[in-house]
Write a protein that binds this ligand. Structure first.
Ligand code: FES
Length: 190
């Protein structure tokens, strides 16, 4: 064969091909190795799932008082309102509210005696007082924040700052007249 003539292509694997294949295999194994913990961390652990909803028995709660239950690490106030407290919440004009929201939008239809809110002040996260009538509830009769003086009404709506927003309402549903499930808006009966 004379100089300048193209040699036929050889398909025998070369040392370079071997090194490339080896690198690819290591890459694939490496990806599998590092991806697994990531995927695994996206599956909630069983104890987290168990805490994702809690059932609350309402029967021990006296009218005019609230209890605190813990849901996903947050205090939840469950309050049994008096007729007077419901009336005050319903009759407050939206124009007087810092974060306008009708009382009816914050309770379940047919269960307006029950107010369920996250008990964390929307200013900087302190826990307001007022679950018991003997505690300071402020002039709007709901809760009072001991940290910087925010006041909430009997619908958990902020009426005096610096808190900018109402106490939030968590997802919940009535299981019966006397039991609620916090953590879901729907109850499936099975
Ligand atoms: S944290 Fe409640 S008023 Fe500041």
């Amino acid at each position: 064969m004379t100089e300048g003539t193209l040699k036929p292509q050889s398909h025998k694997p070369t040392r370079r091909d071997f090194l490339l294949l080896t690198a690819s295999a290591v890459g694939a194994v490496g990806t599998a190795y590092f991806t697994w913990p990531f995927i695994d961390s996206m599956n909630p652990a069983a104890d987290i799932l168990a805490q994702s909803t809690i059932d609350v028995d309402l029967t021990p709660i006296p009218e005019g008082q609230a209890i605190t239950v813990v849901w996903r690490g947050k205090p939840i106030f469950v309050r049994k309102r008096t007729a007077e407290e419901i009336r005050a919440a319903e009759q407050t004009p939206l124009s007087e509210l810092i974060d306008p929201e009708a009382d009816q939008a914050r309770v379940k239809k047919g269960h307006d005696q029950w107010l369920i809110v996250v008990g964390i002040c929307t200013h900087l996260g302190c826990i307001p007082t007022g679950n018991k009538p003997t505690q300071n509830r402020g002039k709007y009769g709901g809760w009072s924040c001991p940290c910087h003086g925010s006041l909430y009404d009997t619908s958990g709506r902020v009426r005096h700052g610096p808190a900018p927003l109402n106490l939030s309402v968590p997802p919940y549903a009535f299981l019966s007249e006397t039991h609620i499930r916090i953590g879901t808006d729907e109850v499936t009966h099975g």
